[in-house]
Design a protein around this ligand. Structure first.
Ligand code: MLT
Length: 404
């Protein structure tokens, strides 16, 4: 008889955002007259910009004509997009990343869950705590979690790096040496960033110990502060220890379009094996390439007009972030993030747990956020709000929160 992957049974509850979605839907069914404002999942609300919409239309037209129709996309991505990424996201920043080190995909979520497949099962992973749940869950599914401990509310084989207000929500190098280190800056969920010197320490550490850093740069477009790195490849030596994940979701509004990419430098080797070759093998075996029309839309993101429009989207959401930060701070909340990131991390008031505050806000202000504890044990007592709502809804939500 078939045997299932028992590791799945170790997962705690359902995926965080599915749990929240179910709770909110139940509330709406019971309270059909209430206007619920969702500042929970980091899903964008602004429409695609004109340059991107045009690129999509044009590509659809090409697909509708025999002369310009395209079948399967190249599995690692079209050259036009890989080159646009290399030129704009790397060369312009002084990073030496070549087009053929870029693997185009349907989004950073899939890549962040899949990348662990090229590593052996007995690697130890280290994650920030709190953390984007996909890194942890995908490793548990692969058998790298050990057992769940009720006492620590964590997995025995995972190294958790607490990110607390005392350390500005930045992880410290752990005592035990991890094989794989997940870092995400600007951070989801705390909205924290680290400077280049700090990131350089991680790069040096990983090179010294032979670890690999999986660096999630999904929110880099939100960086405003000078000196905060947009890419780990701004650090010396990162090409021999780091893989970088990128998304088009948060900068260009592609959450429903789906496009992302992963950089695996050719110099990155472990056990004498090129991780670039392994990921290329995995990608070409399991993936048929992001759709042509979507990759053309991705290319448009890097056009002059596209860049201006994207900057406008980011500005729009950052105005929301500022409103949330100032509004809640003025109302006496302890808040952080929201300066170089679209997430605001707030301390729950009156000692409420994260889920108690979730219920309280939903019931009294009809506002949805994300409980910090859903991101890990050190997220307990915190709550995340996203700046990805409409400005009007954001203002209304903050004004409601202030008076409950
Ligand atoms: C989040 O809310 O943390 C993100 O939207 C999740 C994601 O990007 O998959």
């Amino acid at each position: 008889m078939v045997k299932i992957n028992n590791n799945y049974l170790k997962l705690q509850g359902s995926y965080l955002f599915s749990t929240i979605g179910k709770k909110v839907n139940a509330f709406i069914v019971e309270n059909p007259d209430k206007k619920v404002i969702r500042l929970g999942i980091g899903d964008v609300t602004r429409p695609l910009t004109p340059t991107i919409t045009k690129a999509l239309h044009d590509a659809v037209d090409e697909m509708g004509k025999a002369e310009t129709f395209r079948g399967y996309a190249p599995d690692l991505g079209y050259d036009f997009l890989r080159k646009a990424i290399a030129d704009n996201d790397y060369k312009l920043r002084g990073c030496d990343i070549q087009a053929d080190e870029i693997f185009v995909s349907d989004g950073a979520k899939c890549d962040s869950g899949n990348i662990q497949e090229i590593f052996a099962q007995d690697n130890r992973i280290a994650v920030c705590d709190p953390v984007y749940p996909v890194y942890v869950d995908s490793n548990i599914m692969a058998g790298r979690g050990g057992t769940y401990s009720e006492k620590t509310e964590g997995f025995t084989d995972i190294i958790y790096m607490p990110c607390l207000s005392e350390n500005d929500f930045a992880p410290q190098i752990p005592e035990e040496v991890p094989d794989i280190i997940y870092l995400c800056f600007p951070n989801n969920p705390t909205g924290a960033v680290i400077g280049k010197d700090e990131l350089q320490k991680w790069v040096d550490y990983a090179n010294e110990k032979g670890s690999v850093i999986i660096y999630d740069a999904a929110y880099e477009a939100y960086i405003r502060t000078e000196g905060v790195p947009h890419s780990i490849y701004e650090c010396k030596g990162a090409k021999t220890c780091a893989i970088e994940l990128h998304s088009f979701s948060k900068n260009a509004g592609f959450t429903g379009v789906r496009l992302g990419y992963t950089v695996v430098p050719k110099e990155l080797k472990r056990d004498g094996v090129s991780l670039h070759s392994l990921w290329a093998r995995r990608h070409s075996t399991k993936y048929n390439g992001a759709p042509y029309i979507v990759q053309r839309a991705g290319e448009a993101v890097y056009s002059q007009e596209g860049k201006k429009e994207i900057a406008g989207l980011v500005d729009y959401y950052m105005r929301n972030a500022e409103y949330i930060l100032n509004g809640l701070r003025g109302a006496g909340y302890t808040v952080s993030g929201g300066v170089d990131a679209p997430y605001i991390w707030l301390k729950t008031p009156k000692g409420m747990t994260s889920w108690e505050f979730f219920d309280h806000l939903l019931n009294t202000a009809n506002v949805v956020g994300t409980p910090g504890s859903g991101f890990g044990p050190h997220g307990e007592g915190y709550f995340r709000l996203t700046a990805f709502g409409s400005y009007e809804n954001t203002v209304e939500a903050v004004d409601r929160i202030k008076v409950v």
